[in-house]
Design a protein around this ligand. Structure first.
Ligand code: SF4
Length: 185
């Protein structure tokens, strides 16, 4: 039996006695990871200037559709990637957390720009000093604002996480313990 390998998937020719090609040997984790990674549905939680840069990222010149992530969702029920971009006021923090909680598992979070990741230049009483104080973050994209190329790089890093995640990870005690740190059951 002839085997051809790429990084994740082994394609094997037909076993003796069976005509034609068309067999693929891999694990369920890899197939599901590949499908999820290439069909992300982002929810843009944009509050200020970083959101404008995200619009440029979505437009024809950069075209996030090349990575399977052009279908934006404005319902958390139909999104699996929460993209937070902009200054998050403390009064808005519970709303952001509610949006996160309304997303079904598996869900990922990308923090775009200095404000979302750390409060940025707004080191004041009214601004949340980083969204990871209220929800877990998978990828941080630095910058003020980040350029579209950086946002695309962040999406590619999310895709790598998605591809390599076991489908059982979110049922495991480590993941539940991590959520518990944020008061999420
Ligand atoms: S990081 Fe800079 S560009 Fe982004 S929201 Fe904050 S001030 Fe605006």
């Amino acid at each position: 039996m002839e085997a051809v390998k790429d990084s994740n998937i082994k394609i094997v020719g037909a076993p003796p006695g069976i005509e034609g090609p068309g067999f693929m040997a891999t694990s369920l984790d890899k197939v599901i990871g590949m499908a999820r990674a290439n069909s992300l549905w982002p929810l843009p939680f944009a509050t200020s200037c970083c959101g404008i840069e995200f619009m440029a990222t979505m437009a024809a010149h950069y075209d996030l559709g090349r990575f399977g992530a052009e279908r934006l969702s404005f319902s958390p029920r139909q999104a699996d990637l929460l993209m937070v971009m902009g200054t998050i006021a403390k009064k808005m923090a519970p709303i952001l957390k509610q949006v996160y909680l309304q997303m079904a598992e598996p869900r990922w979070v990308l923090s775009m720009g200095a404000c979302a990741s750390s409060g940025g230049i707004f080191d004041t009483y009214s601004v949340l000093q980083g969204i990871d104080r209220i929800i877990p973050v998978d990828v941080y994209v630095p910058g003020c604002p980040p350029r579209p190329e950086q946002v695309i790089d962040g999406i590619l890093k999310i895709q790598e996480l998605v591809k390599n995640e076991s489908i059982r990870r979110r049922e495991g005690p480590q993941y539940k313990a991590m959520l518990a740190q944020y008061g999420i059951e």
